[in-house]
Design a protein around this ligand. Structure first.
Ligand code: G3P
Ligand code: MG
Length: 240
């Protein structure tokens, strides 16, 4: 009898960001082609309150622009080249609106919107509420953040996950108190005991970021529910 493939979700981190510029159309398409079950997208706001897929506070690393993302209107952001920094063949890739990104992802796939910290929490939450109203199936959306204050008002209307990069025991308790569906620890903080504790508390555990097969194998053995990877194509063969 052939052993059953482990059922762990592959979550494409910023899309398939190992093979295409993060968060762009090309990275999303790469993740779909690679067979990921979920795509993680970082969410921030432009000066005029539009939600865009963007990781850094500043523009330099992943676009041909400079300065703060929050200092530009969406019209200005949309003119930037978000692909050439990765490879010239991606010239012309744009910073996507969250709504554009969602439209690119087939209904069968889940979407993790990671809300980045902001001093304009209320405006960001209004943008998220608009997006959730507009999206046909909120069931496929998982909203995550390091900022518990962003999750608190959301956890009753959409599945939420608390991200954790330090103080795991405290974070786990906080995730439960917030009514989260999942807990997202950094790989270095992930242990079998913590996975068990989270499961007992009714939380799924999705671990970031795993690109090497040995670590992936360990997480599968430990019973993690999902793993974020920059290279879903590389790990695809290991999971069901
Ligand atoms: O959501 C998991 C991971 O993306 C959190 O860190 O900095 O890659 O957005 P970061
Ligand atoms: Mg992220």
């Amino acid at each position: 009898m052939t052993p059953r493939r482990p059922r762990i979700a592959l979550i494409a981190h910023r899309g398939a960001s190992a093979i295409a510029p993060e968060g762009t159309r090309a990275a999303i398409r790469g993740a779909i082609r690679a067979g990921a079950q979920m795509i993680e997208l970082d969410v921030q706001m432009t000066r005029d309150g539009r939600l865009v897929v963007f990781h850094d506070d500043r523009l330099e690393r992943t676009t041909n622009g400079s300065g703060w993302l929050r200092g530009l209107s969406y019209a200005q952001v949309a003119r930037l080249d978000a692909g050439s920094w990765f490879h010239p063949r991606f010239a012309g890739e744009q910073v996507l609106l969250v709504s554009q990104a969602i439209r690119l992802i087939p209904e069968r796939m889940r979407i993790n919107l990671e809300l980045k910290r902001t001093s304009r929490r209320q405006a960001l939450l209004q943008g998220v509420a608009r997006t959730l109203r507009w999206t046909r199936s909120t069931r496929r959306i998982l909203v995550s953040s390091f900022d518990a204050k962003l999750l608190k008002p959301l956890s009753r209307r959409v599945a939420c996950a608390l991200l954790c990069r330090r103080r795991p025991e405290r974070s786990l308790e906080q995730a439960v108190r917030l009514g989260c569906a999942a807990w997202h620890p950094h790989v270095s903080l992930t242990t079998p005991a913590r996975i068990r504790r989270a499961h007992r508390a009714g939380l799924q555990v999705n671990v970031w970021v795993v690109d090497d097969p040995a670590t992936a194998r360990r997480l599968i053995q430990w019973g993690a529910d999902g793993m974020f990877t920059n290279d879903p194509g590389r790990l695809r063969g290991m999971v069901g």
